[in-house]
Ligand binder design. Structure first.
Ligand SMILES: Cc1cc2nc3c(=O)[nH]c(=O)nc-3n(C[C@H](O)[C@H](O)[C@H](O)COP(=O)(O)O)c2cc1C
Length: 169
């Protein structure tokens, strides 16, 4: 899919078919995450792939807004490794860029996802750290259920001229 088509059609999809995700497809999506820009190219990310249905159900039961996780064939947890941060404060922004690349790559390959918020909520980070054994120096950043879509949403035109300022505010 052409890049503007993926940007235009990406939506938060929370219902998925039970079709399995091929490892080649998954690796393409993870590679897209790793191609994101990062401050000073610090690439502070790790990715936990969660396939286990019981674990997905447990996360979805304890996270206040992660119902989509129970149904998806797998989830990617984007994590931020504080040991790799070289430019203080930018690490979450790097992981946000990786997260968005994953969402767009998934759309481009005919899959769907939704950015389930984790960072900066301490309780959500603690939950994932505890359930997935994430080391203390690593922050669980975002939770991305991934699957083939079982619902469709129209693209929305969000262009708002009043948000654009020419030369100065
Ligand atoms: C930082 C962030 C946190 C979000 N957290 C959640 C969440 O916890 N659960 C959820 O179902 N959707 C979550 N979303 C998805 C938003 O609800 C969604 O992006 C927004 O409503 C716009 O819809 P769209 O993604 O279909 O364009 C989150 C999105 C972002 C960027």
């Amino acid at each position: 899919m052409e890049i503007f088509e993926a940007i235009r059609t990406r939506r938060s999809i929370r219902r998925y078919t039970d079709k399995k995700i091929d490892d080649t497809v998954l690796n393409k999506i993870l590679a897209a995450g790793m191609m994101a820009p990062s401050a000073g190219n610090e690439q502070p990310w790790h990715f936990v792939v969660v396939r286990d249905a019981q674990m997905r159900r447990e996360i979805s039961r304890q996270h206040p807004h992660a119902g989509a996780l129970a149904e998806a064939p797998l989830a990617i947890v984007v994590c931020a490794d504080t040991a790799l941060e070289r430019h203080p404060g930018f690490m979450p922004l790097d992981c946000a860029a990786a997260t968005q690349n994953i969402l767009l790559a998934a759309t481009g390959l005919g899959l769907a996802s939704v950015w389930v918020g984790v960072y900066p909520r301490q309780d959500r980070m603690d939950l994932l750290r505890r359930l997935l054994g994430v080391p203390a120096a690593v922050l669980p950043f975002s939770l991305l259920p991934l699957g083939y879509p079982a619902e469709s949403k129209e693209s929305e035109d969000r262009f708002t001229l009043s948000c654009v300022h020419q030369e100065h505010w």
